[in-house]
Design a protein around this ligand. Sequence first.
Ligand code: THU
Length: 138
Amino acid sequence: MELSQDVLDRLLAESLRAREFSHAPYSKYRVGAAILDEQGRIHIGANMENASYPQGWCAEPSALTAMLMAGGKQAKAVLVTGPGPDLITPCGGCRQKLREFSVPYDLVVIVGDPSGIRGRWTLAELLPHSFGPSHLKF
Ligand code: THU
């Protein structure tokens, strides 16, 4: 999918803004996510950790929930930001959650850190041979 420089700039700014809302007192690993929906709108989310560690929640599903609550149906692009210097990529569970709300070969997954955008893939590259809604239409 073609993304204009303006949209990329806005996704990066919004993802970094979302990071500011991260609640990550345990890992200190603050993550932000900004999702572009099918209507061209951007929705944000951050990771939310918990004193009961396994109950923590990633940034991507937070942004997906924001999209759903605003009436968005499909994620066209997601830009995830972490602290760097290692490139953040969506964890396995997040890849599956993103898959639910995207045409898998359409969703663009972009990653970055405060220095800017650092990587870009399709969801199909990150989650090949994925299991999805069509499997349940048997
Ligand atoms: N995290 C995310 O928010 N998204 C990912 O895709 C990878 C990991 C969060 C979960 C936890 O709060 C912190 O990063 C460290 O694992």
